[in-house]
Ligand binder design. Structure first.
Ligand code: NDP
Length: 315
């Protein structure tokens, strides 16, 4: 470890990259640690239709690529590494990362959120063998196969609709009667001839562990108690996300779901003491909006807070 950096940005999704653009343009030479899922959630989606400025929509990976180029143009540096540990009680901060120790005056935590799993042992055993949390990554492998998607929000609807491009049939399994997804997405799913909706139903087991490939699902209807088997070749998870903040547990104020609590991107300890120079942006601190544009917006805000902090720190 040789120098103390101005700022390290944890995460290279929409929020981290926006923070990098702003910090780089402010001449802070930010270092972006790209994290476990470089590019974040947008790099795993298809068409983004609601990011302002793209009237025809833009592919998620292309949008991320553009942001990365934009940050690089102003001098942001990138490292394919992630944080293992940091002690936020001593400043400047020494980050223990997979690329060694990095010393920095400020940190922007833009580590986002990752796909949630059901938590069944059979599901975990079959990840990569027919169980997937990324329709755009793995849908291609299920050409003319019957598959299932679990969840009742916009992600589940979007995945189900996307997977109809490959699968011969998509069963959408949801634990309740009512859907959380937006009306337009529900209507599209209902109208699709390849999609069948199965409500009030939970998955008790993913079948095929011995064969090392998904063979079907053991289902239970919560209204009737009926148990049934659905033969399928693939299961896609669309049940939401978990914030990537476990590395900070015990050091800062997290809410009951593990999201970082912030006020204007500022983070405090559980006792309400401000952690100097550490800010959070994007989905890791946002359980309410979780949109690309809000992640970008808070990334910008965090970078401006870093600038202000460093100005005060250097005088
Ligand atoms: P949500 O939290 O909105 O939905 C998660 C769904 O999964 C819910 O229906 C929930 O059921 C279900 N669920 C959660 N845990 C379990 C479990 N253990 N077992 C079974 N079912 C479970 O997450 P999304 O990822 O769908 O959406 C997040 C945000 O992103 C939303 O604001 C959404 O609008 C937005 N989004 C927008 C898109 C678009 O506009 N194109 C695309 C994707 C997401 P229950 O309803 O019973 O709680």
């Amino acid at each position: 470890m040789s120098e103390t950096l101005n700022t390290v940005i944890l995460g290279s999704g929409c929020s981290g990259l926006t923070a990098a653009i702003y910090a780089a343009r402010a001449n802070l030479s930010p270092l972006v640690l790209e994290g476990h899922e470089p590019g974040g959630q947008l790099s795993m989606t298809t068409l983004v239709e609601n990011f302002p400025g793209w009237p025809e929509g833009i592919q998620g990976p292309e949008l991320i690529d553009n942001m990365r180029k934009q940050a690089s143009r102003f001098g942001a540096q990138f490292k394919l590494a992630h944080l293992n540990k940091v002690d936020l009680s001593t400043h400047p901060y020494k980050l223990e990362t997979t690329a060694g120790q990095i010393c920095t005056r400020t940190i922007i935590i833009a580590s986002g959120a990752s796909a949630r799993w059901l938590g069944l042992p059979s599901e975990q055993a079959l990840i990569g063998h027919g169980v997937s949390s990324c329709a755009t990554c793995d849908g291609f492998f299920f050409r003319e196969k019957e598959i299932a998607v679990v969840g009742g929000g916009d992600s589940a609807m979007e995945e189900a609709l996307f997977l109809t491009r490959f699968a011969s049939k998509v069963t959408l399994i949801h634990r309740r009667d009512g859907f959380r997804a937006s009306k337009i997405m529900i209507e599209r799913a209902i109208a699709h001839p390849k999609i069948e909706l199965m409500t009030n139903t939970v998955i008790d087991e993913v079948l095929g562990v011995e064969e090392k490939e998904v063979k079907g699902l053991k289902l239970r209807n919560l209204a009737t108690g009926d148990v049934s088997t659905l033969p399928i070749s693939g299961l896609f998870l669309g049940i939401g996300h978990e914030p990537n903040a476990t590395a900070f547990a015990g050091q800062m104020d997290l809410d009951e779901e593990g999201y970082i609590r912030t006020v204007n991107n500022v983070i405090t300890t559980k006792n309400g003491v401000v952690i100097p120079g550490v800010f959070a942006s994007g989905d890791v601190q946002d359980r309410r909006y979780r949109q690309a544009i809000t992640a970008a917006g808070t990334g910008c805000m965090a970078a401006l807070e870093v600038e202000k902090f460093l100005e005060a720190y250097n005088h």
